[in-house]
Write a protein that binds this ligand. Structure first.
Ligand code: GLN
Length: 487
């Protein structure tokens, strides 16, 4: 059974249609693997066995009747625990929501259920999606399936580790500054952030609303493309969602990229990269050249400011978004408060972890009278310049490439007490969120100790098809993606 769990979603779909296995058997196999492995990995906050098995049963009924199956029907999926699924706990890995049971479904959840995708559990994350290593979960750390002493990356570390270890075939994550692409690169799988607005944020616990976007994790580009098709689309419940048709992204994969132009982001190719990461990008350049592309260097002058811009805008937005967690209507409430003010302060002091508090304080400071012009307004102006750099770049090239991260996964604890070192992990991924463009991380090699390395590819807004096309061509020209963590 483990062999089947190691297959891609496309292969599993075929096995279901050919009746080599039933959907209930496949879902049970995934749940068994989680029960066997997850004590070591910590990828799941909770399991949703009943929903998963009910959904799988519906798939088997359809197969028995000879009915057509929707895309990805019967394929086990892990949902990041900041997305709502009715009747399940949605904790955002925070003590403040430890016992919160979702009263409604996120739009992505509705879409998954409509397509009969069994949701096997809620994946661990950094508290409120704030972090790069998944060490900020209030409950437990996630371990990297390639080396249990290393971090899986964050904030969607549970989602990435579950797919990398074949506990699930697919997962959803959210990406505000790299939280899908970074853990995908650390765990040796594919992770994609769509254009801002492509996927509805309704029912996703908000971190920084102008940057947050939900996207797919998978072990192949084709599977990621299909999962995006399932979850994408306009939603009247999210006013920032795009009113544009959803494409069948898999149609783009095999397009010839001969003669197309690939830009290497100059500022992300410097000394900061580990030698193995630099070598992996060199290999990517050679791969694209062999595929007939013209490769040239592109300068994005303002990208070096992206971390500074992000830590003003994202913290400002989160200080406002997290104001709702005050113990009044839902979530944790302190048991011993003498008056209303004390109830608010104690609830928040006891309910939030240190990183979340740091962000709220930074954001509140940036928005306070007298500092607004110096910080928030300036950061917004700089965001426009970063975005313009990308627009200019895409007048010259079809896609941009860079490392997803300057290094591979680090040891648990290595950066936990140094928030600035942790923030720098996202140097290559944040620009994509600031500009609202789609980005993907694909397996691109291994370092000397066998840890995976990711290649980041970026495309212009709305060009998910092009992004998947370039990612697939790179993937298929190498065999990195076929390697699976030995756990
Ligand atoms: N690591 C970044 C942060 O800590 C990005 C997180 C994310 O994309 N959710 O904010």
């Amino acid at each position: 059974m483990i062999e089947l769990l190691k297959k891609t979603a496309s292969e599993q779909s075929k096995a279901l249609k050919n009746k080599e296995i039933s959907a209930v058997e496949l879902t049970k196999a995934a749940l068994d693997r989680i029960n066997d492995l997850d004590e070591k990995l910590g990828a799941f906050n909770s399991l949703t066995e009943n929903t998963a098995l009910e959904t799988a049963k519906k798939v088997d009924d359809k197969i028995a009747k000879g009915e057509e199956l929707p895309l990805l029907a019967g394929i086990p999926l892990a949902l990041k625990d900041n997305m709502n699924l009715v009747g399940s706990k949605t904790t955002a890995s925070s003590k403040i929501l430890e016992n919160f049971v979702s009263p409604f479904n996120a739009t992505v959840t509705e879409k998954l259920l409509n397509n009969l995708v069994p949701i096997v559990g809620k994946a661990n994350l950094d508290e409120f999606a704030m972090g790069s290593s998944n060490e900020n979960s209030a409950f437990k750390k996630v371990h990297n399936p390639w080396d249990l002493n290393k971090v899986p990356g964050g904030s969607s570390g549970g989602s990435a580790a579950s797919v990398s270890s074949c506990e699930a075939t697919l997962a959803l994550g959210s990406d505000t500054g790299g939280s899908i692409r970074l853990p995908a690169s650390f765990c040796g799988i594919v992770g994609m952030k769509p254009t801002y607005g492509r996927v509805s944020r309704y029912g996703l616990i908000a971190f920084a609303s102008s940057l947050d976007q939900i996207g797919p994790f998978a072990r192949s580009v084709e599977d990621a493309a299909n999962l995006l098709e399932v979850i994408a689309g306009h939603d009247p419940k999210d006013s920032t969602s795009l009113n544009m048709p959803v494409e069948h992204y898999a149609d783009f994969l095999k397009n010839d990229i001969k003669g197309k132009k690939v830009g290497i982001i100059k500022e992300l190719m410097g000394d900061g990269n580990s030698p193995e990461v630099a070598k992996a990008v060199e290999n990517a350049i050679e791969t694209y050249k062999k595929l007939g592309c013209e490769v040239k260097e592109i300068s994005l002058k303002h990208i070096k400011y992206s971390i500074g811009i992000y830590y003003i805008l994202a913290t400002a937005e989160c200080s406002s978004n997290l104001a709702r967690f005050d113990g009044v209507r839902y979530g944790y409430r302190t048991p011993d408060a003498k008056n209303l003010m004390e109830m608010y302060t104690k609830t928040r002091a006891e309910g939030f972890g240190p990183e979340v508090k740091r962000r709220i304080m930074l954001g509140t400071y940036a928005l306070s009278a007298g500092y607004y012009d110096a910080y928030y307004k300036k950061a917004q102006q700089m965001r426009a310049l970063v975005t313009q750099d990308f627009v200019n770049a895409f007048n010259e090239v079809d896609v941009l490439i860079s490392p997803t991260c300057p290094n591979s996964a680090f040891e648990l604890g290595a950066k936990a007490s140094d928030p600035l070192a942790m923030y720098l992990t996202d140097i290559a991924t944040i620009g994509c969120n600031l500009a609202g463009i789609p980005g993907i991380s694909v397996p691109a090699g291994f370092d000397n100790s066998g840890m995976p390395i990711g290649l980041q590819i970026l495309a212009p807004q709305f060009e998910e098809g092009r992004l998947f096309n370039f990612a697939y061509q790179f993937e298929q020209a190498n065999d990195f993606w076929t390697k699976i963590a030995n756990i």
